[in-house]
Design a protein around this ligand. Structure first.
Ligand SMILES: [Fe+2]
Ligand SMILES: [Fe+2]
Length: 153
């Protein structure tokens, strides 16, 4: 793990606030998936576009977390968190690869109901992994800073 300057609490608050925004972006994709199965007005392109928006948002969020220093700061304060933090950081590329595979799997021609269902299932699995990731991150930071940041559900 690279050495970083001490983390900035403003950045910390901002990045953790983004977890709530990510939940909203996930809900937007879910809503589209539900609508898509029964509506001819929603296309596979709309789904790809919503997934790409979430993907960009995520890549930006992960980059901020990796540069923010607060995960390292949590380890500096509470060394036993080191394994959990290494695990969390290793998940970033895996989560991006998972959403990339999902985007790739959306049919570009037409979207029969089975395709909507299969995309819905794939997205459900991805969203579950992402929500667990963010929850673990919140827990680590909360423990590292030994403060009740009101983050853990
Ligand atoms: Fe993260
Ligand atoms: Fe995060």
């Amino acid at each position: 793990m690279k050495a970083t300057d001490r983390s900035d609490p403003v950045i910390l608050g901002h990045v953790l606030g983004e977890h709530r925004e990510l939940h909203a972006a996930i809900a937007a994709v879910r809503c589209l998936l539900e609508k898509g199965e029964g509506s001819p007005d929603v296309s596979g392109d709309d789904l790809v576009s919503a997934l790409n928006t979430l993907r960009h948002h995520l890549a930006d969020h992960f980059a901020k977390e990796e540069a923010g220093g607060f995960l390292e700061e949590s380890v500096a304060r509470v060394p036993r968190l080191s394994k959990a933090v290494a695990g969390i950081l290793a998940e970033h590329p895996r989560l991006l690869a998972e959403i990339d595979a999902l985007i790739e799997s959306v049919p570009t021609t037409s979207m029969p109901p089975e395709a909507w269902r299969s995309c819905g299932e794939g997205f459900g699995r991805f969203a579950g992994h992402l929500v667990t990731h963010e929850r673990n991150e919140n827990s680590v930071v909360q423990e590292g800073y030994n403060e009740d940041l009101g983050l853990v559900d």
